[in-house]
Write a protein that binds this ligand. Structure first.
Ligand SMILES: Cc1cc2nc3c(=O)[nH]c(=O)nc-3n(C[C@H](O)[C@H](O)[C@H](O)COP(=O)(O)O)c2cc1C
Length: 386
């Protein structure tokens, strides 16, 4: 499939505007997901074998997820499981609906298998996303894998009010997802990455934890009639970090994560740095403002994963993301300390068979390396060094 996609389908898709194709693909996947039979056909082509991971009190059928930003409107929710993904991260969503930066805002650097984007959190807003998720549930098409939501800050909200903005989204969405990712690392909202600073991040996490502690009242029918009841276990909250952080800044986030009992880190978002290149077309794309993802990000994001794993002695779960294009890339992140991985750019370059190919490749790797469970492989690259 990968050969067929790369040689036949990709050139046709890549001849068109990147954002337009992304939009059309999501609409097609949304349509496919709404028709059970088509969903079954998709699954028979692309579904992945079981490679279960237990984490955050959740069961992931396999460790390969779709990354934040892929499906900001939850348009194609049922399709991600059919495409072999073991979990989905929806959003980034903000409290206020917003259209994002003016297009063009998504660029392919073909020779480097990379993408530059400055989407700027185009999204329907938290309340509209909650309604969409209600509709997916109501029609019985909720996927049989964990669903997370990526939370961003509204552009209109000043940085000093960021905590309230995140908390409002979280309050509306908390009962709609299995886990949440606090995105303080997108380079495309002015000042957002300053929220990685200890005091600002602490304020956001405190606000989210206050919301998590609020009792959710739900109408439940008892013999005496309807009563407001039910106290849910709060969903796990993770923080997504930038690859451009210095290790000292990362240490502060680790200290804060331990103090605030954060469930884990997502490492990493896109980078504002650009590698050297002599290719004029790549230079032209790299000159665009925005975050770079794909192959050039792989090494740095793995470096960050390794650092976190080492500093925390593996006590803080990591979702590894950045430049995963194959099972070998995923294995590198897992053995560096990631318990789960996510893909975005790899899917665009490698096509819809990627999640399945990665899971199959991971199963083979585990067999040749003699690991019974994937958990045994997590961080094993560091253990063998010491
Ligand atoms: C077009 C585009 C939009 C993205 N939007 C978001 C977003 O809304 N929230 C977020 O946390 N990350 C977002 N990301 C970052 C990805 O989730 C991921 O961290 C990054 O692309 C690195 O992974 P990759 O190399 O597999 O693409 C976006 C990436 C791309 C390419």
């Amino acid at each position: 499939m990968s050969w067929c996609y790369r040689r036949l389908i990709r050139p046709v898709l890549f001849a068109r505007d990147a954002e337009q194709i992304h939009g059309r693909t999501l609409r097609a996947l949304g349509w496919a997901g709404r028709h059970e039979l088509i969903g079954d056909v998709l699954e028979s082509f692309f579904g992945a074998p079981d490679l279960p991971v237990e984490l955050f009190g959740l069961r992931f059928p396999n460790p390969v997820g779709s990354a934040g930003g892929m499906d900001k409107f939850a348009e194609a929710l049922p399709a991600w499981a059919a495409l072999g993904f073991g979990f989905t991260e929806l959003g980034g969503v903000t409290w206020h609906a917003q259209s994002g930066n003016p297009p063009p805002r998504l660029f392919r650097a073909l020779a480097e298998e990379a993408i530059v984007n400055r989407m700027g959190f185009n999204n329907p807003g938290a309340e509209a996303l909650a309604e969409t998720l209600n509709r997916w549930r109501a029609c019985g098409l909720w996927p049989a894998h964990p669903v997370g939501i990526n939370l961003g800050k509204s552009k209109a909200t000043p940085l000093e009010n960021a905590a309230v903005d995140y908390a409002q989204s979280f309050r509306v969405l908390r009962s709609h997802a299995d886990f949440f990712v606090v995105n303080v690392s997108s380079p495309n909202t002015v000042g957002l990455r300053q929220l990685q600073d200890k005091a600002a991040l602490d304020e956001i996490l405190a606000a989210l934890q206050a919301v998590a502690g609020e009792k959710i009242k739900r109408p439940t029918f008892f013999s005496k009639g309807w009563q407001q009841t039910s106290l849910e276990i709060p969903p796990p909250i993770l923080v997504k970090i930038a690859p451009d952080l210095a290790f000292e800044a990362l240490d502060e986030i680790l200290e804060l994560s331990a103090r605030r009992r954060i469930a884990g880190l997502v490492a990493t978002n896109t980078t504002i740095t650009r590698p050297e290149t002599t290719d004029p077309e790549t230079r032209r794309i790299y000159a665009e403002q925005g975050g770079l993802s794909g192959r050039p990000l792989a090494k740095r994001s793995t470096e960050i994963i390794r650092y976190i794993y080492k500093q925390t002695r593996g006590s803080l779960p990591i979702i590894g993301v950045g430049g995963v294009f194959s099972a070998a890339d995923a294995w590198e992140k897992i053995t560096a300390g990631a318990s789960l991985v996510q893909i975005y750019t790899g899917l665009i370059y490698e096509g819809p068979g990627l999640a399945r190919a990665i899971v199959n490749g991971l199963l083979e790797k585990m067999e040749t390396e003699g690991f019974q469970t994937l958990r045994d492989a997590v961080g094993s690259g560091l253990r063998s060094q010491s």
